[in-house]
Design a protein around this ligand. Structure first.
Ligand SMILES: [Zn+2]
Ligand SMILES: [Zn+2]
Ligand SMILES: [Zn+2]
Ligand SMILES: [Zn+2]
Ligand SMILES: [Zn+2]
Ligand SMILES: [Zn+2]
Ligand SMILES: [Zn+2]
Length: 466
């Protein structure tokens, strides 16, 4: 849109500094062709030529009319420095008057009314944008449905056009025309919920097939291809365990060694026709288990064997045992076996409560004997360690052992008892038939709580008896 200079409106202001230098004679040389609407300077009579107008507010219309007759003056005037006509509104532009027109083409303060008569004043540079995009009275087509709207109508239409493709609200990733969204969500959308036909739980359609492969209520055929109709998945285990006729099961004597494995319905006849072979398998199994028990027992015994060379023998139920010894001639109590060291001699003590040999009926007799041990083949023979028997006196009030009776000996290499023992278990013992008299036994506190403590100590370093 091109405007004439006269349309540029209103007033020009000249910067002080320049207006002095210019010193332009602006005065009518001949009467203007049209009546003046404004004087050049209302305070100055037009008849008296203003020699140096300062801060003259010159209506552009008048300027052009005034200056045309004199090309030189025009040149001077058009070269004078002016502010933009929108100086007061904030435009900072200032240059020669002749450049003003060009400036106004871009001056953002130079607003003009919208030609669509929407009542907006639009800066020149914004006008095309305004007409194309923001004018409420512009004519515009919806890019999706191609319907024509006013600008305002289009704004209201935006976001509601049924032809606009939008992403599915359920986030399935599909773009659907807005108008078809409800149909999509109800029929096509992979995120719509659907009930599993077997368990009735709801799943999104895209996970339903995954669920179908694990749904506990879905029907599946027996993997053993038995005659049973379709099974519910969650009941398959029970079917295989208890019913399935096709599943090969093992004979119930499997652990005894029966190798039979076959369909469940053949198991009964197998058991019937193989009872004697099953029985013999059980006998073998039982024998094997007995061996295992024996070896376990010996392992346990080994773990609890005393390898210290000292046995503290606790003899309980003393009075009952004594009474029995008095009625049964030669009744011998034997101690647990013990070793003199981890790979040493195996020994066992024994006592005759009512005495033996020279001590019979009057004394307690104690003996030691060498038993066949596991390491005998590697040991020195005859056995030559000193052996000490100690019978402890007991204190009634927790003061510990107070003393007692002790006897010891160093084996004589010529004594038969200390040669390497044969595997016969009952080789003779060696010891003291008159170890302690019954009289001393009852006089001193050897027996307490019906219990007696007898220590047998073997010492390889001692070669003299104490
Ligand atoms: Zn401007
Ligand atoms: Zn407009
Ligand atoms: Zn539309
Ligand atoms: Zn969807
Ligand atoms: Zn299901
Ligand atoms: Zn089956
Ligand atoms: Zn069997």
């Amino acid at each position: 849109m091109v405007r004439s200079l006269s349309q540029w409106t209103k007033t020009l202001s000249f910067p002080n500094r320049h207006s002095k230098e210019c010193n332009v004679n602006v005065h009518p040389i001949q009467p203007p062709p049209t009546p003046l609407r404004n004087k050049i300077n209302s305070s100055t009579p037009s008849s008296s030529p203003p020699s140096s107008p300062q801060n003259v507010n010159v209506p552009i219309t008048e300027i052009s009319q005034i200056i045309y007759p004199d090309p030189d003056s025009e040149k001077v005037i058009m070269g004078s420095l002016v502010f933009c006509i929108h100086h007061k509104e904030g435009c900072k532009w200032s240059d020669e008057l002749r450049k003003l027109k060009a400036h106004l083409n871009t001056c953002k303060f130079d607003a003009s009314p919208c030609p669509n008569l929407c009542n907006a004043q639009i800066p020149r540079v914004m006008m095309s944008d305004h007409l194309a995009f923001t004018c409420t009275l512009r004519r515009a087509f919806c890019e999706f449905c191609n319907v024509e709207f006013s600008g305002q109508g289009l704004e209201e239409h935006a976001g509601f056009c049924n032809q606009e493709p939008i992403y599915c609200e359920s986030k399935c990733g599909t773009r659907v025309l807005r108008g078809r969204m409800s149909i999509h969500k109800a029929k096509d959308c992979l995120k719509r919920l659907k009930k599993c036909q077997h368990c009735q739980r709801e799943f999104s359609v895209d996970t339903l097939s995954l669920h179908a492969s694990t749904c506990p209520r879905s029907p599946i055929p027996c993997p053993q291809r038995c005659e049973a109709p379709l099974l519910v998945r969650s009941e398959l285990d029970a079917h295989l365990r208890e019913e399935c006729k096709a599943l090969a099961v093992s004979c119930s004597f499997k652990d005894a060694g029966c190798r039979f494995k076959g369909p469940r319905n053949l198991l009964d006849s197998h058991l019937e026709s193989n009872s004697s072979s099953h029985l013999s398998l059980m006998v073998q199994l039982s024998a094997k288990q007995s061996q295992q028990i024996a070896s376990l027992k010996s392992a346990v015994a080994k773990l609890s064997t005393n390898y210290t060379g000292t046995l503290l023998w606790k003899i309980t139920d003393w009075h009952a045992k004594m009474a029995e010894a008095k009625t049964k001639m030669g009744l011998e109590l034997v101690s647990p076996a013990f070793y003199t060291s981890q790979y040493g001699y195996k020994l066992q003590a024994s006592v005759f409560l009512n005495g033996n040999g020279p001590g019979e009926n009057t004394h307690l007799s104690v003996y030691i004997k060498v038993l066949p041990g596991e390491y005998d083949a590697l040991l020195k023979w005859p056995f030559s360690h000193s052996v000490t028997f100690t019978l402890f006196e007991q204190c009634s009030h927790g003061g510990g052992a107070q003393g007692g009776v002790a006897e010891s000996f160093v084996p004589d290499p010529s004594w038969e008892n200390f040669q390497r023992p044969s595997t016969e278990p009952d080789s003779l013992g060696f010891g003291f038939p008159r170890f302690i008299s019954h009289e001393l036994l009852s006089r001193r506190p050897f027996i307490r709580d019906d219990t007696v403590f007898l220590r047998i100590k073997v010492d390889p370093s001692k070669i003299v008896a104490v």
